[in-house]
Design a protein around this ligand. Structure first.
Ligand SMILES: [Zn+2]
Length: 207
């Protein structure tokens, strides 16, 4: 490899590879698939891939627990279910680093502490922008809300299309995976669970 990578601007943490090391790894993959990293069209690719990774995996920098702790507020007199439907997310599976594209639905029964819509969306985003398995993503969102807001119950349903399944291997197009995590009243009270599932548009026997 004769090309000198551009000077690294990486803020290297302990043991973390530099930006130019990450770009070199992309060049290795380009060669490994049988292409030529030195051809015109690919010269800028390692740099772009590494910058895209910074975006796709930006969730490692933030702590959603800490973020929710800073942003919840106390309300009196509201004790009905709060539901957020169709929060879109893009994540990557930890098995193939392939995209998982989907939606998250969240419901909770507040006990004085509530949080704005955009804050919950950010919790989803932060966990999604890490390497994930969908079951963990679902549980992490639910547990984060449970730990900070201490609601009477939480329900999280995630619907995801895994491109490692739809574009390679068995190539099952149109298959989506649904996972749910139900805590507190959402788990113990069938009426609460049914109300949540009907609010997000799912029949109780399907989730
Ligand atoms: Zn995968």
């Amino acid at each position: 490899m004769t090309r000198r990578p551009r000077a690294s601007t990486a803020k290297t943490k302990e043991g973390k590879p530099t930006r130019s090391e990450a770009e070199a790894a992309v060049r290795t993959l380009l060669e490994w698939i049988g292409d030529d990293p030195n051809r015109e069209g690919l010269l800028g690719t390692p740099g772009r891939v590494v910058r895209a990774y910074e975006d796709w995996f930006s969730g490692y920098k933030d702590d959603p627990l800490e973020f929710l702790r800073r942003t919840f507020r106390e309300v009196k007199g509201y004790d009905e279910m709060i539901v957020l439907r169709d929060i879109s997310f893009e994540s990557h599976c930890e098995h193939h680093m392939a995209p998982i594209i989907g939606r998250v639905h969240i419901g909770y029964l507040p006990d004085r502490k509530v949080v704005g819509i955009s804050k919950l969306a950010r919790v989803v985003e932060t966990f999604a922008r890490r390497l994930q398995v969908q079951e963990s993503l679902t549980a992490q969102i639910a547990n984060c809300i449970q730990n900070v807001l201490k609601p009477r119950g939480v329900g999280v349903v995630v619907e995801g299309v895994h491109q490692c399944m739809t574009t390679r291997g068995v190539r099952k197009h149109g298959v989506s995976m649904i996972t749910s995590q139900l805590l507190g009243h959402f788990r113990s009270d069938p009426r609460t669970r049914a109300e949540f599932l009907s609010m997000i548009g799912r029949a109780a026997d399907r989730a």
